[in-house]
Ligand binder design. Structure first.
Ligand code: KG4
Ligand code: ZN
Length: 323
């Protein structure tokens, strides 16, 4: 039995968790900063890092108390993300590792999202295809074995979560945009507007979301009264492009298992439409779709077993390739 403490602070959530054997969450806590950033319509990096600094210590104390007992190692997100926010988590994890005499395990944020699939009741087996859909990334990744990844396609411009956030701002729905659009779309007609599915016929696995955002902007100027229809048609177009590219990736790779992870994996319409695919689909539990400490502990568990270690010189990386 191996217990890992996971620490996530790459953006605007402070996530702490103790996870056993990469699968079972013993205790966890998530402090969202949404209320602090809402008034600015997006994440303000300086406010984010200050808030992480304020609460990371107490949050960890609470989780460790609830978990009871010791941990075998400390896993921390060291990139990609906001530099100030990453620094808080990495420095805190280094200090803990040093004072507790425990190994430090650096974790890539997107690998954390991939491993969030192992926190569910049924889990995938390598190799599998992973669709990562978050505020910063839209990627199709071939996962051959733990820590062996090949990026098959990414977005050329906006990430899909980013497009939800930008369109929500255009529609005056506030931040974060994903849940707000999902709610507004429930009242609308998905077929009211035929928004573009950019690059759908490109023949490759690349995505593009900025044209969709622009199309929504022009439509909203002409029909400001049709907010629900615009939201529903936007959501449909955004989800449709994910389905088109994922179907193609499944065909090209011949893989039969699909993991969908990241904040946008919480989207209900996407979850429903994934059933159309000819694959066994694995989704993280709803609460582990958005950034959290448990996914970092899950990925950290595997990295710990594979001998990955960080030392006191570990520095965060704002940009960090997965493969
Ligand atoms: O994975 P995540 O917490 O942070 C990043 O690593 O970026 O993802 C956050 C993103 C935001 O863009 C948010 O709008 C989106 O996930 N999101 C959703 C939903 N819930 C969160 N997008 C669509 N539908 C949702 N229900
Ligand atoms: Zn994330």
């Amino acid at each position: 039995m191996v217990r890992i403490l996971g620490i996530e602070s790459s953006c605007d959530e402070t996530g702490i968790a103790v996870v056993e054997d990469g699968r079972v969450v013993i205790a966890d806590a998530l402090a969202s900063q949404i209320e602090l950033h809402k008034v600015f319509g997006g994440v303000v990096p300086e406010i984010a890092s200050r808030q992480h600094t304020k609460i990371i210590s107490q949050l960890t104390k609470d989780v460790m108390q609830r978990a009871g007992g010791d941990v075998d190692a400390i896993a921390v997100t060291y990139g990609p993300g906001l530099m100030g926010s990453l620094l808080v988590g990495v420095c805190f994890a280094k200090a803990l590792a040093y004072s507790w005499g425990k190994p430090l395990v650096p974790v890539h944020h997107l690998e954390g999202h991939i491993f969030s699939a192992f926190l569910g009741d049924t889990v995938p087996n390598f190799p599998f295809l992973c669709l990562i859909v978050s505020g910063g990334h839209t990627q199709l990744v071939r996962c051959d074995a733990p820590h062996h990844y090949e990026i098959l396609g990414s977005t050329r411009d906006d990430a899909v979560g980013e497009s939800f956030d930008k369109v929500a701002r255009l529609l005056g729905l506030g931040y974060p945009g994903g849940p707000a659009i999902q709610k507004a779309a429930l009242e609308g007609n998905r077929e009211a507007y035929a928004f573009p599915r950019s690059m759908k016929d490109s023949g490759n696995l690349e995505f593009s979301y900025s044209g969709l955002k622009t199309a929504v902007m022009y439509t909203m100027r002409e029909h400001p009264e049709n907010l629900a229809d615009v939201a529903a048609s936007f959501e449909e177009a955004a989800v449709d492009l994910l389905l088109i590219k994922t179907r193609k990736a499944l065909e090209m790779t011949g893989l039969g298992q699909l993991v969908v992870a990241g904040g946008v994996a919480a989207n209900q319409r996407l979850r429903t439409r994934l059933q159309e695919l000819d694959a066994q689909v694995f989704l993280p539990p709803f609460k582990y779709c958005i950034d959290n400490g448990a996914m970092i502990a899950a990925a950290g568990h595997s990295r710990y077993l594979h001998g990955f270690r960080g030392d006191i010189g570990l520095t965060p990386q704002a940009t960090l390739p997965l493969s």
